[in-house]
Design a protein around this ligand. Structure first.
Ligand code: 5GP
Length: 196
């Protein structure tokens, strides 16, 4: 399939909702050709993360310098302590001009900012089946301190309250089903874009 014009797809969901695992499979399995936008962050890499693949890991100074230069479509201090996350224009503009469908896996604040700039962005919210399940997954990850887990849980409550702002909501209860649901949404949007 070839795109006639580029589009942004914004995928949000509380951390621990399984968004990363779902999207990893969506990139492999969905018939719509997708490009994953690599965000920048000041968070240190987790053991299994690779520079330039999962994130561009920047120092605070680098991040703020690039922010001042206007290099971000959106950027926020996602957790209330000290980590910044942002979408770089350089990850978005060339792909859009080339007709790519670019996926932004970002938080609810970033999503709102992107939609204000790209009104036709497709928005998808990935949610866990319950708050208990979310809690279980966050602890199971084993990469965070208890304090960080509690902070992420508090934040998740805030994010879940904003889910209605998204055009589509997908429950990640069973991975296969969630992957299927997102592929279905994107395929339908793709078909629609061919007739617009
Ligand atoms: P994590 O630290 O678990 O990789 O990500 C924490 C949160 O930051 C997630 O909700 C993730 O979607 C969000 N995030 C990742 N990249 C960006 C970005 O570029 N912009 C914004 N606003 N949020 C981001």
């Amino acid at each position: 399939m070839l795109a006639s014009q580029g589009k942004l797809i914004v995928v949000s969901g509380p951390s621990g909702a399984g968004k990363t695992s779902v999207m990893r499979r969506v990139y492999r399995e969905c018939r719509v050709p997708l490009v994953r936008c690599v965000s920048a962050t000041t968070r240190p890499p987790r053991p299994d993360e690779t520079e330039g693949v999962d994130y561009y890991f920047l120092t605070d100074d680098e991040f703020q310098l690039r922010r001042q230069r206007g290099e971000f479509v959106e950027c926020f201090q996602v957790f209330s302590y000290n980590y910044w996350y942002g979408t770089l224009w350089s990850e978005v503009t060339p792909g859009l001009s080339a007709g790519k469908w670019i996926v932004l896996e970002i938080d609810v604040q970033g999503a709102r900012e992107v939609v204000s700039k790209f009104a036709d962005a497709i928005t998808i919210f990935v949610r866990p089946s319950s708050r208990e399940e979310l809690q279980r997954r966050l602890r199971g990850r084993g990469t965070e301190t208890e304090e960080a887990v509690l902070r992420r849980l508090a934040r998740a409550d805030g994010e879940l309250a904003l889910a209605d702002r998204y055009k589509h909501q997908v429950i990640n209860d069973r991975l296969d089903q969630a992957v299927h649901d997102i592929c279905e949404i994107l395929t339908q949007e793709w078909e629609k874009s061919r007739h617009d």
